[in-house]
Design a protein around this ligand. Structure first.
Ligand code: SAH
Length: 290
């Protein structure tokens, strides 16, 4: 960001990018439901940046990197409409109603959510309210924490040698309790299980999975503040997941499966901060690379 308090040069740059990419106009009276990515502002999409620079009103979640909001027009109204465990939160029905009324007044309304708006983000609920109210909307997908956040920890969600199926689940039901899930089916369904909003019930989830036949010693990891500068990764086992979660920071993505072991060779972020990448187990030395 330059010293220019109006951020005019940044917005001009975004306008140039938007026109080079032939991005759609953000018309008055529309709502764009966009994902901001998991944290690193570089993971926002070009459409997302375009929306931020053009919006008249932005309603954003707690998990959105505030740096992105600095790209809004100086007169843009920025409204915090977050919901976060243990914090004061806005009612979903109020948020949806606000989106409708702001759009009907002719504003360009940006609903900006962490990650992807349609992954455990209530984006679908908001879109359906808009549809029922006859408000036109566009959905701008984002990089979800359960994929991009794990990538920042050097954990691939799929790898040919470990899994061809992935399960994404939420550990937090609408009533704040652990959702009633078919643990047998989840335990058998895929080797890799990625969990959102699962810190609170991590121990219970792990015990359900073990009771359903998963190995106690199976690798597991907790990635907190994924892709933010203070990202931390705890490697543990399925059996140790509950205790590890209790020491972890929010927000966190939990993952169970052998993919976690691939971190030994793939922790590119750790390597950048001085930790050497270990060659993958059994790798041939590369004699032709100097
Ligand atoms: N729509 C979001 C998910 C919202 S649910 C997405 O697609 O990523 C909120 C949960 O997402 C958090 O409890 C946590 O499990 C996960 N999450 C979001 N951002 C995260 C981050 N930067 N690091 C770790 N977990 C994150």
């Amino acid at each position: 960001m330059s010293d220019d308090l109006t951020n005019a040069s940044e917005r001009t740059a975004i306008q140039r990018l938007s026109s080079a990419l032939d991005l759609p106009d953000f018309d008055k009276g529309w709502v764009w439901l966009a994902g901001a990515g998991p944290g690193d502002p570089g993971l926002a999409t070009a459409l997302g940046l375009h929306a931020i620079a053009e919006a008249d009103v932005i309603l954003h979640d707690a998990l959105v990197n505030e740096r992105l909001l600095l790209l809004a027009k100086p007169c843009t109204e920025i409204v915090y409409a977050g919901k976060r465990a243990g914090k004061r939160s806005c009612k979903q029905s109020d948020i949806s109603r606000t989106l409708v009324s702001l759009a009907k007044k002719g504003n360009r309304v940006l609903r900006l959510k962490g990650g992807d708006p349609l992954v455990f983000g209530r984006g679908a609920e908001e879109a359906l309210v808009l549809a029922r109210a006859g408000v036109p909307f566009r959905i701008v997908p984002g990089v979800t924490a359960g994929i991009g956040g794990l990538a920042y920890a050097g954990i691939p969600v799929t790898h040919r040698d470990t899994n061809r199926v992935v399960t994404f689940l939420t550990g937090h039901g609408a009533d704040g309790k652990l959702p009633t899930l078919d643990w047998q089916a989840i335990a058998r369904g895929s080797h890799t299980i990625v969990m959102y909003m699962a810190r609170k019930y991590a121990g219970e989830i792990a015990q359900h999975l073990i009771a359903a036949g998963r190995r106690r010693q199976e690798p597991a990891a907790i990635v907190s503040q994924a892709s933010f500068s203070d990202q931390t990764v705890i490697e543990t086992t399925l059996d140790g997941l509950g205790a590890a979660a209790a020491t972890s920071d929010a927000p966190a993505i939990l993952v169970v499966g052998d993919n976690v072991k691939l971190r030994d060779g793939m922790d590119w972020l750790g390597a950048m901060s001085g930790k050497m990448l270990a060659p993958p187990a059994g790798a041939e030395p590369l004699s032709d690379v100097s």
